[in-house]
Design a protein around this ligand. Sequence first.
Ligand code: ADP
Ligand code: MG
Length: 248
Amino acid sequence: MVLAAQRPILEIAGLNKWFGAMHALRDIDLSIAAGEKIVVCGPSGSGKSTMVRCINALERYQTGEVRLQGRLVNADCDSLLSVRREVGMVFQSFNLFPHLSVIDNVALGPRKLLRIGREEAEHRAMDLLARVKLADQARKVPSQLSGGQQQRVAIARALAMNPKLMLFDEPTSALDPEMVKEVLDVMMSLAHEGMTMICVTHEMGFARAVADRIVFMADGAIQETAVPQAFFCGDCGARARQFISHIT
Ligand code: ADP
Ligand code: MG
């Protein structure tokens, strides 16, 4: 099989991270193939955000390595800019630029980092906004949009850089319940288009529908990695079973 011969997009090996005396990530090993979709779940404080932040060099780590397409990623690396270009990140709290219009939020990265001209960047931004069903909101500023709409802009903004890998850190946790679906729908269509994705989420319906593997973290370590079918059948350790029973 051609895919099997390809090097994984992301390789994490022996990753350890401390915040002072606090051991936040313990011996993390995780390898992700092109097109794979991983859902990461686990109790609050288990290190999920810290792990995804290490992947796009928002966080330093002490031992082990993170490789993106074979290239070493760390917060001091020369390739920091290219890492940030190749990895799109969507946060719980949207993090849009409040003073810029929706279209400028999406077009800014390509203009400043990829040096694409204004007209082309805006054209592309409009295509992406159409894809997240927000073409009609392009001239508004973020505060004029609902939370679900803002999060869809954040996804379009990340996609504008043409990333190889998308990281989502609890993208629906800050949303009112009626807005969760519109964001998950965009994420699902991305998944179906073949995007490589790591999604930290407790939306287990999404995990069942989309995940190739579910990674369960607790105490800074990966406790379980399972396909959704096995994970939800309780074919996993007691800790994960207890977690699943609390959130489903
Ligand atoms: P999760 O995303 O699974 O809720 P985090 O990765 O945010 O967990 O946090 C893992 C642990 O690291 C927690 O105990 C948290 O308090 C701690 N932590 C996270 N960020 C920092 C920081 N900047 N400084 C100190 N401790 C931190
Ligand atoms: Mg978190």
